[in-house]
Ligand binder design. Sequence first.
Ligand SMILES: Cc1cc2nc3c(=O)[nH]c(=O)nc-3n(C[C@H](O)[C@H](O)[C@H](O)COP(=O)(O)O)c2cc1C
Length: 387
Amino acid sequence: MGVEKAVNIDDLYRMAKRRTPKVAFDFIEGGVEAETALPRNESAFNRYNLLPRYLTDVTKIDQTTTLFGRSWAHPFGFAPTGAAGLFRMGSDLNLAAAAAKANIPYVMSGASNDTIEDVARIAPDQTWYQVYAARDIKITEDMIRRCADAGLGALVLTVDVPIRPRRERNARNQYSHDLRKITPGRIIDGILHPRWTYEYLRNGGAPTMGNWVPYAPSGSNVHQVLDFMATQTPASGQTWHELETYRRLWKGPLIVKGILHPDDATRAADLGANGVIVSNHGGRQLDRAPASLDAFPAIKAAVGDRMTVMLDSGVRRGADIIIGLCLGADFVFVGRAAVYGVVAGAEAGATRTIDILSQQLATNLAQMGVASIDQLGPHCLTEATRA
Ligand SMILES: Cc1cc2nc3c(=O)[nH]c(=O)nc-3n(C[C@H](O)[C@H](O)[C@H](O)COP(=O)(O)O)c2cc1C
């Protein structure tokens, strides 16, 4: 079945799952430890209902959004997702291309397979780069320079990975981004997913962490680059001091991703960051962290008048995006929804994710009697328990 047949993100999820070996799909789908944050993220949206108003003209629905002085076609973008090229070769560039054609932002992961320079050839100012800081700050500084030279649109510093998380599915599967360990179970997994395996073998194995190649010892193979990256990340000693350095080096919009406490948002604003993404990393870092949607209102209240406040984690439908916007989010990002699309159908699949979400947005807005997303606010919501 082609991705055009996917009616919702769950359909893309099923298509992606069918195509991908369990060891890789568990990495995409899974969370950390007991995975309690995963359902919490999604069910946080269920606490709200959308309150419709009728007899307003909704023949045209305007989803355009201005962010950092630029107009975007929709109020959502693609969150950074590492190792995407392992799940389907070329995924970073396919996500970038789909985002570019639809005029939404694509955030390239600090653990991407394709490079800053590759993506700059597709859509420089529509691509933002997510930094995983290196222990050697000279590497991070050089990555920031490369982003500036490539003309990328914004820098996103992810702060919620101070250590490597304990994701139990990955531990059980002995997952690593280069899948270097060949076991009987993995061979069977490969045989059961022949399209993926054919592509993997044709590529000569896993794709490399492209952006890290210049810093690894020269001539390093895929595994050696990954081993080098593991000596550099996570940068557990990183503090607010480094954010000051990045602020000095990067002249464009600087965004801090993974904020859940209003005081951290305030500190980021004080140091000159232009935005935060309220996020619990899709439930992949601290299992007992609050749902991003629950953490959002206090952060919006603390810094909403000083900086752009965005949201991710648990968004699977257009209605979820609307709820985020009603609570004051300036923009919303999707992680898994984007990966499911690109894994299910390469660039066409990523485009299908955008089409599904934007159609759901349009129909829900029309049904609510809202012709333009700037009319959304708390007055459009009721709490489900009281409705
Ligand atoms: C497969 C996968 C890889 C991810 N890799 C990164 C990453 O490299 N950097 C990062 O900041 N966040 C990463 N994230 C987190 C996403 O950017 C985002 O915060 C999260 O997926 C949002 O939750 P959702 O998947 O429920 O939409 C990843 C998420 C997934 C699912």
